[in-house]
Each structure stands twice: as C-alpha cells, then as structure tokens.
Design a protein around this ligand. Structure first.
Ligand code: 5GP
Length: 190
C-alpha cells in the first residue's frame, strides 16, 4: 500500500495549489517540510514552507546522511529531510513530498513503492505565463526555471502517473482520486 506520495513537475505548474487541495480533502495526509538554501520569499516562515538553511548547514546535514534525496535546482539546494519521513513511515502516516524531478528519481530508486505523480502544464507557453503571473520570481529567476522546465518536461515519460493541470478542478479531482485509491490499497489507475 502506497504511503509515500511524490508530487513532481516543473516550477509554476501548480503543484503547491493541487497539494493544498489534496491535503484539505484527505486530511490524514501530512506534508514533508523540505530544507533549502534559497532565501525565504515574502510571507514564508522557517519551519513552515521550508527549513531555510545556509550552505554550510546543508553540507553538514548531507554529510550526516540527513537527506532522503537532495538536488540542485536553479542554483539552489533542496532536500527531503530523513527526520520528516522516518517517524511518519514508522507510524504508517501517509506523507506527501513536493519535489523536483531529480529528487523524484532518487526516491524512485530508494523507495520503489512510493506513488509518483508528474504534474504537467498544457504547454510551455502556459507554464511561462503562470510563472510570470504569480510574481514570486524576478525575470532572471523565471528564465532559469523555464530552462530547467524543458528538461523536466522531457522526463515526464518516466512517470506512470501524469496529470495535466489545464483545468484546475479537473486536475484536482484526478489527483485526489489517485491518492485515495492508493490509500485504500487498490491498484492505482494508469
Ligand atoms: P521553490 O523555490 O519554488 O519553492 O521550489 C523550487 C523547486 O524545488 C520546486 O520544483 C519544488 O517542488 C522543488 N523542491 C522543493 N523541496 C524540494 C526537496 O526537498 N527536494 C527536491 N529535490 N526538490 C524540492
């Protein structure tokens, strides 16, 4: 029975929004709070959206084996903390990881039973509009993220579950149905 849910896909595709809706509808799920070396955005708080670390702190944790997976993304480091995962896995609490593609690959290798879902945009043009429109990143950062997105989109065939986030409500329904079915121990639909 899948207990670890990996939600991946390019930045700006709507992973965060879809995951918020998923957690509201399936409140037994818990979200893993990742570590990152990027600076907090306005309104982000340490320990809530991320554990914000210096490069040295990240290095130290990495050396101690503190990460389940970690990756460089657009010049910053991101990683899933072992401490976020272990207790929940032991207690059978289902956990959601919102991570980029390199991290998803590492989880696939170490936890093959985790259910992985790739969220795709309807097109690269729509992704660009969303990244610009959400206004969280300056133009240089948007450009970096779009460049990474091209590689990420090329990787979507690696994932057995792909949800196209064209119409939010539809994508939301598909994600909830997939996770719900996996929680109930059924074979996930392809
Ligand atoms: P953002 O800077 O927009 O919060 O995140 C940038 C990218 O890093 C997003 O695609 C996000 O899903 C991903 N990310 C967030 N936390 C982690 C993590 O712990 N590991 C990995 N590999 N990627 C992460």
């Amino acid at each position: 029975m899948a207990r670890v849910f990996v939600i991946t896909g390019p930045s700006g595709v709507g992973k965060g929004t879809l995951i918020s809706g998923l957690m509201r509808q399936l409140p037994q799920l818990e979200l893993s709070v990742s570590a990152t070396t990027r600076a907090p955005r306005t309104g982000e708080r340490d320990g809530v959206q991320y554990h914000f670390l210096s490069n040295e702190e990240f290095d130290r944790l990495e050396a101690q084996g503190g990460f389940v997976e970690h990756a460089n993304y657009a010049g910053r480091r991101y990683g899933t903390l072992r401490s976020e995962l272990e207790r929940r896995v032991q207690e059978g609490v289902p956990i959601v990881l919102e991570i980029e593609v390199q991290g998803a690959r590492q989880v696939r290798a170490s936890m093959p039973d985790a259910l992985q879902v790739f969220i795709a945009p309807p097109s690269l043009a729509v992704l660009r509009e969303r990244l610009v429109g959400r206004g969280t990143d300056d133009p240089a950062e948007v450009a970096r993220r779009l460049e990474v997105a091209q590689d990420e989109l090329a990787a979507q065939s690696e994932f057995s579950h792909v949800i196209v986030n064209d119409e939010l409500e539809q994508a939301q329904r598909e994600l909830v149905a997939l996770v719900q079915q996996a929680l109930q121990g059924g074979e996930p639909l392809d």
